[in-house]
Write a protein that binds this ligand. Structure first.
Ligand SMILES: Nc1ncnc2c1ncn2[C@@H]1O[C@H](COP(=O)(O)OP(=O)(O)O)[C@@H](O)[C@H]1O
Ligand SMILES: [Mg+2]
Length: 295
């Protein structure tokens, strides 16, 4: 059986599903941490060491890029880029992961491609941030988010008159990512997650949050909704804007019914979505990945 590395530090439910889905197509999954891969740049060697692989695999599936120091994270992404340079189909590829793990670049690309997203300002300058907060919070609250956040961590509201965020506080870390708050309904907060594979929306759900932060990791309750129409089309446009094989797109609807893309996830969880979807998401991912590799 051909072996496929799935890069993850915590295989869990998603790892199990991917393992089963690859096995159905005759592939054996090996879980590997990107921390354990390394470069060996000696003559006669491909340059890359993936533990457990004497030969490079046809495909590598990315389920997690662990955090670390800046140089560690860069080296982990280098592994993905190097695999691609050596002819391995990396799913999602390193550049797509870079573009989306970074909320600033995602927001810029959405804006550049005319995909409706909320007004956003990203700056290092305390003075610029202060001016934005003073001006904008007079109209509507702002959301501040960490650039590399996930699962709703560090996402918070800034209302008019609130204290200025402490520049070196953990989730600010010297950078202000500020965004207009979209009120999806006080007390009935919700947003949408749309799963897009190879440019097509394949599943969607509403997430009902216990607060305005609707992430499943924070207890957001999942409910199935149709993935066609305006919602699906917007998610597909977001996927095109960041140029990615597959993704989970977060979309919020304002009181007037207008939809805005909040972010694009290149390593989305799909356990909550799978619970309300007939499509076997892991199998759809594996099949697309094998198809892309053949292409
Ligand atoms: N501009 C916003 N307006 C209203 N709610 C927001 C906004 N930005 C984020 N949220 C809420 O916070 C959640 C997490 O934000 P998101 O940008 O998706 O970051 P994360 O990577 O942490 O999931 C969203 O799913 C949504 O419920
Ligand atoms: Mg999100």
């Amino acid at each position: 059986m051909t072996k496929i590395p799935v890069f993850t530090d915590d295989p869990g439910w998603h790892g199990k599903r991917l393992k089963e889905a690859f096995a159905v197509r005759g592939y054996e999954v090996v879980f590997i941490s990107l921390k354990d891969c390394y470069f060996n740049l000696t003559t006669g060697h491909s340059g890359l060491v993936i533990p457990g692989f004497d030969q490079l695999p046809p495909i590598a599936f990315v389920r997690g890029v662990p955090g670390g120091s800046l140089q560690q994270v860069i080296a982990r992404l280098d592994i993905l880029h190097a695999l691609e340079a050596l002819g391995v189909k990396v799913y999602n590829d390193g550049s797509a992961v870079e573009r989306t793990v970074d909320k600033a670049m995602t927001s810029f690309l959405l804006h550049q491609h005319g995909v409706l997203t909320t007004s956003t300002w990203i700056c290092e300058s305390r003075h610029v941030a202060q001016a934005v907060i003073e001006r904008e919070s007079a109209q509507a609250p702002l959301v501040i988010k960490p650039l590399f956040g996930s699962q709703g961590q560090g996402v918070r509201l800034i209302k008019q008159g609130d204290a200025f965020p402490v520049p070196m506080e953990r989730y600010v870390d010297g950078l202000y990512y500020l965004q207009t708050y979209i009120d999806s309904g006080e007390g009935a907060w919700h947003d949408h997650r749309v799963f897009v594979i190879n440019g097509k929306a394949v599943a969607a759900m509403v997430r009902h949050g216990a607060s305005w932060v609707n992430n499943v990791a924070l207890g957001g309750r999942c409910e199935k909704i149709a993935h066609d129409g305006e919602l699906g089309a917007l998610a597909e446009a977001a996927s095109r804007a960041v140029d990615i094989n597959y993704c989970g797109v977060d979309i919020i609807r304002d009181a007037q019914g207008k939809l805005y893309v909040l972010e694009v996830n290149s390593i989305p969880a799909w356990k909550g979505l799978q619970a309300v979807t007939e499509l076997d998401i892991a199998q759809a991912l594996v099949d697309d990945c094998l198809e892309q590799c053949r292409a």
